[in-house]
Design a protein around this ligand. Structure first.
Ligand SMILES: Cc1cc2nc3c(=O)[nH]c(=O)nc-3n(C[C@H](O)[C@H](O)[C@H](O)COP(=O)(O)OP(=O)(O)OC[C@H]3O[C@@H](n4cnc5c(N)ncnc54)[C@H](O)[C@@H]3O)c2cc1C
Length: 378
C-alpha cells in the first residue's frame, strides 16, 4: 500500500474541508480564492494528480473522484478551481516536451505556481463562428498569438496557463486578405504552456457571474504575443482536444462536482427532517438517486462500462438542480436571503447547465426541461 493514498489522507481532507467552509469572500474575492488555493497546497492536494516520480501521490481516478466529492460538498468553488488546474497539469504530463515538464512540475507539485487552462474555444465555446477566436501564426522562432480565450478560471492569480490555439496555415507575412473560408486553413491546433506575464498578454477584470464569481474566471487576451517553440506542449495537429486527458468535455470530474453539491443540499434536507417529518419521503428519494448515480460514476471510474459519461452527467445535472431547489423550498424565505447557503447552492447548480456540456448532455437535459422523451443517437 502507498503511504499517501486516499485512506491515509482522509483526516487531512476532513480538516481542509472545515477550513474551506470558514473562508469568507466578503472582503476580497481574489484574496479569498488565493487563500483557498494555498490551503489546497498545504494539504498536499496538488500531489493527488502527479506521478510519484515527480513527487506526487499518483492517486487513481477513483481516489481523485472521492476527493472531489468531499471537497465539492464543502466548497464547490474550490473544487471547481481545482478541476481546471488539474486539467492543465494533465495536459502538461501528457506532453512530449520534457524540458518544459521539468521546469513546470516541481513548482506545480508544491503549489508554488498556479496553472490554469484555456481550451474551451477548441471544444464547446465560440464554435459556431467561422474564424477561430485565438490564432497562432508561424514565426521564425515559434508562433505569434492573436485573439482571446474566453473562459479561464483562476486567471486573476494564475502564474501559468495551458492554452490552445488554432494554427493559421497562412503565415503572418502572407496574410492580408481575410480568407477565412479557405478550406482547412485553421485545421491544425496547438497547445502551449505559457507564463501569464509574457508581453502582450492582457487579463481584464473578471466579470460578475450568476454564481462562482469567486472562481476568478474571465478571458485572457493575446496581442501579438511572441511564443518561442520551447513553450509548445502538443501539436500542431488536428482536433488536439479529442486525444489525451485533461480537457475533454463532460468528464467524470464534472459529474462528481454536481454530486458533491447535491450531497450538500441533501445533507441540509436531512438536518431539517429531524424536526419535520413531512419532508422524509422526498428526502429519501433524492438520497436514493444520489447513491445510485454515485455508484454508476464510480463503476465508470473502475472501468465498468454499462453507462456512458454522458448518461451519468445528465443524471447528475438533473439531480443537482432538483436537490438544491428542494432544499430552497424547505428553507423557505430564509433560504432566499443572500447569505443563506441554500440560495447560493441553487445558483451554483445552474453552472452545471453551461459548464463543459457536450451535445448529448445538453440534448438530454433540454428534453427533461421540456418534458419530452429523449431518444439517444437520434
Ligand atoms: C464559470 C465558468 C468557468 C469556466 N472555466 C473554464 C476554464 O477554466 N477553462 C476553459 O477552457 N473553459 C472554461 N469555461 C467554459 C465552459 O466549459 C464552456 O465552454 C462555456 O460555458 C460555453 O459557453 P459559451 O457562452 O462560451 O458558448 P458559445 O457557444 O460561445 O455561446 C455563446 C453565444 O453564442 C451563440 N451561439 C452558440 N451556439 C450557437 C450556434 N450553434 N448557432 C448560433 N449561435 C450560437 C448564443 O447566442 C450563445 O449565447 C468556463 C465557463 C464558465 C461559465
Amino acid at each position: 500500500m502507498r503511504n499517501y493514498d486516499y485512506q491515509s489522507q482522509r483526516e487531512v481532507l476532513a480538516n481542509l474541508c472545515q477550513q474551506l467552509k470558514g473562508i469568507s469572500n466578503a472582503a476580497d474575492e481574489v484574496k479569498a480564492a488565493r487563500k483557498r488555493v494555498d490551503l489546497l497546497g498545504q494539504a498536499d492536494v496538488f500531489r493527488w494528480f502527479i506521478p510519484q516520480r515527480f513527487g506526487g501521490f499518483e492517486w487513481s481516478t477513483n481516489e481523485i473522484l472521492r476527493g472531489y466529492l468531499e471537497l465539492s460538498a464543502a466548497c464547490l468553488s474550490t473544487a471547481f478551481v481545482l478541476t481546471q488546474r488539474a486539467a492543465a497539469v494533465s495536459r502538461i504530463l501528457a506532453s512530449g516536451n520534457d524540458v518544459l515538464k521539468e521546469r513546470l512540475l516541481p513548482r506545480l507539485v508544491t503549489g508554488e505556481w498556479f496553472v490554469t487552462v484555456g481550451i474551451s474555444h477548441l471544444t464547446t465555446s465560440h464554435r459556431h463562428l467561422q474564424k477561430p477566436v485565438l490564432l497562432a501564426s508561424k514565426s521564425p522562432t515559434g508562433y505569434v498569438l492573436n485573439g482571446f480565450s474566453p473562459w479561464v478560471t483562476g486567471i486573476s492569480f494564475a502564474d501559468q496557463i495551458v492554452v490552445g490555439a488554432s494554427c493559421d496555415s497562412i503565415s503572418a507575412d502572407e496574410a492580408g486578405v481575410d480568407s477565412a473560408n479557405d478550406e482547412g486553413r485553421y485545421r491544425n491546433e496547438i497547445l502551449f504552456g505559457l507564463p501569464t506575464d509574457l508581453p502582450g498578454i492582457v487579463r481584464p477584470a473578471t466579470p460578475r457571474l450568476v454564481a462562482l464569481s469567486d472562481s476568478c474566471t474571465g478571458p485572457i487576451h493575446f496581442e501579438d504575443v511572441l511564443v518561442d517553440q520551447q513553450f509548445i506542449l502538443d501539436g500542431p495537429r488536428e482536433r488536439i482536444m479529442s486525444q489525451g486527458s485533461g480537457g475533454g468535455t463532460g468528464g467524470l470530474q464534472t459529474s462528481v462536482l454536481a454530486l458533491g453539491l447535491s450531497t450538500a443540499a441533501i445533507s441540509y434536507l436531512r438536518q431539517e427532517s429531524l424536526n419535520r417529518a413531512g419532508i422524509m419521503e422526498p428526502l429519501e428519494s433524492l438520497q436514493h438517486q444520489l447513491t445510485s448515480t454515485r455508484d454508476k460514476l464510480f463503476d465508470l471510474a473502475d472501468g465498468k462500462q454499462q453507462w456512458s459519461n454522458a448518461d451519468v452527467r445528465a443524471e447528475a445535472n438533473s439531480l443537482v438542480l432538483r436537490s438544491t431547489q428542494a432544499a430552497l423550498m424547505v428553507a423557505k424565505g430564509a433560504g432566499f436571503c443572500e447569505q443563506h447557503p441554500v440560495g447560493r447552492w441553487c445558483q451554483q447548480a445552474l453552472f452545471f447547465l453551461v459548464w463543459s456540456c457536450p451535445e448529448p448532455v445538453t440534448a438530454s437535459n433540454l428534453c427533461e426541461l421540456a418534458q419530452i422523451e429523449w431518444i439517444k443517437n437520434q
